[in-house]
Design a protein around this ligand. Structure first.
Ligand code: GDP
Ligand code: MG
Length: 455
């Protein structure tokens, strides 16, 4: 009886498909938000066109009003485009060293990024080597040496003035041909192989504008060392120039991934959408400040919210998201009680935990908590990033059924996610314990942290 009743109500409320007038007002708002965020005009046009088409064909969702529904389509498309890199960790070489080349305009943040990436890799148990292949600007080599020193990462430089760390360790030698960045890059690979550095990060020269000579140099470096990753670094504040610059580097060096820098600035990050949509290349990291630790794996949903940063739109998204979250939580709870909760589900829950990010500022307002600000700030990012990377390096089968993950699989996962085997072991152990406990509890009462969705 209840079923029949509710389906009757459903028919009453259903208006069939969304109408043009439902959609167009909201699309106008979205267009304004995107242009405000400095998304390139052409990109805005094709993006809103696609949204309109999709929305026009959409069934009316009984839980959302039309504006909410359009906005949730927008959010979904946006995170889809921005999230091409979510399932893609750094591409590590089977036989080290992994070679990562940085490319981008002058001032984009390449040298700064070299230090951050080196620091991040070192922290994950790698042995990175930074390579000074920017011989264009007089101080570029020295700048990288300073950066390397701060990060505690060795620097390979073409001159005698190599990083003091590397000198102290007796590890750095001058290249053969000091003036030639291609030769420096080539030499650095031999050096890394000899001294067993497992990752080589090559900093290259940039110009203020796109320049054929610069591009040819970058291409020559690329062809000399065959990088496993070519990361295009782009300043989030670049605005409308994002498309032209990204296209030029895409054609010029055919980069494999994007790093968005200066995300800490005022810009709303429209460049992210522009670059991702015109190149189709994944955004892997964002750089969020001048400090070594101001660096993180790129979060498409945060960027999406930021691009749409308009009070009304965000509220709409949150409402739509909440609906979605409740549904997800209910499903997770169901799986838990059935005992079929896998690492994939765990990953989804982690994404939910990420949203606690907004709780940090709340917690910060509690008297006495200010003293713990550091801990609060460190709370999610690193650990969650690492856990996420580990799970993403597993095959779907392994995620569903973690018990098949034996020693050699653990080693592969650790390698793929850039962590130690101990970290993989730790995660699997914690997961097993949690799953056991949750299963036990799920059978009886309900699961804390799932909002009573178990009833
Ligand atoms: P490169 O020419 O591409 O090597 O760029 P640099 O790494 O030298 O960076 C240019 C300037 O931008 C420097 O003053 C950096 O300190 C600054 N910078 C780089 N990345 C960031 C970032 O993520 N946030 C902020 N606020 N500044 C950055
Ligand atoms: Mg530089």
């Amino acid at each position: 009886l209840t079923d029949r009743l509710s389906s009757a109500f459903k028919n009453l409320r259903s208006k069939g498909k969304l109408t043009e007038s439902d959609i167009d007002g909201t699309i106008r708002e979205i267009r304004r938000a995107l242009l405000d965020a400095d998304v390139a005009v052409d990109v805005v046009r094709s993006f809103t066109g696609r949204i309109r088409e999709r929305a026009l064909g959409a069934e009316v969702n009984e839980a959302l009003n039309p504006a909410q529904q359009v906005v949730s389509i927008v959010h979904e498309e946006l995170t889809g485009i921005l999230g091409a890199g979510v399932d893609r960790p750094l591409n590590f070489a089977k036989n080290p060293p992994t070679i990562i080349m940085l490319a981008g305009l002058q001032g984009a943040g390449k040298t700064t990024l070299a230090g951050k990436l080196g620091y991040w890799l070192k922290d994950a148990g790698h042995t990175p080597l930074l390579v000074a292949a920017d011989l264009q600007r007089p101080n570029a080599v020295q700048q990288l040496q300073v950066v390397g020193e701060r990060a505690g990462v060795a620097v390979f430089a073409p001159e005698a003035g190599v990083s003091s760390d590397a000198v102290a360790a007796g590890t750095a030698t001058p290249g053969q041909d000091a003036g030639n960045p291609v030769q420096v890059a080539r030499d650095s690979i031999d050096f890394a192989r000899q001294k067993q550095y497992d990752t080589v990060i090559i900093d290259t020269a940039g110009r203020l504008g796109i320049d054929e000579e610069l591009m040819a140099q970058a291409r020559n470096i690329r062809d000399a060392v065959n990088p496993h990753e070519i990361l295009f670094v782009i300043d989030a504040m670049i605005g409308q120039d994002a498309v032209r610059t990204a296209k030029a580097f895409d054609e010029g060096v055919d980069f494999t991934g994007v790093v968005l820098s200066k995300v800490d600035g005022d810009a709303r990050g429209g460049a992210a959408l522009s670059v991702a949509s015109v190149t189709g290349k994944p955004i892997l990291f964002s750089s969020t400040g001048e400090g070594l630790k101001d660096f993180e794996v790129f979060h498409p949903d945060r960027m999406s919210s930021r691009i749409l940063d308009m009070g009304d739109i965000l509220t709409l998204i949150e409402q739509a998201q909440k609906q979605f979250d409740e549904e997800e939580a209910r499903k997770a709870a169901e799986k838990l009680s059935e005992g079929s909760f896998g690492l994939d589900d765990f990953l989804e829950q982690l994404q939910q935990v990420r949203k606690l990010g907004s709780m940090k500022s709340l917690l910060g307002m509690i008297p006495g908590m200010a003293a713990h600000r550091k801990e609060l700030e460190q709370f999610d990012e690193k650990e969650i990033d690492r856990t996420e990377a580990i799970i993403r390096s597993m095959t779907p089968e392994e995620r569903r059924n973690p018990s098949i993950i034996n020693g050699s699989r653990r080693a592969r996962i650790a390698y793929g996610s850039g962590v130690t085997v101990t970290a993989v072991n730790g995660l699997l152990q914690r997961f097993e314990q949690a799953a056991k406990m949750m299963k036990r509890m799920g059978g009886a009462t309900g699961i804390p942290g799932f909002g009573g969705a178990m009833g």
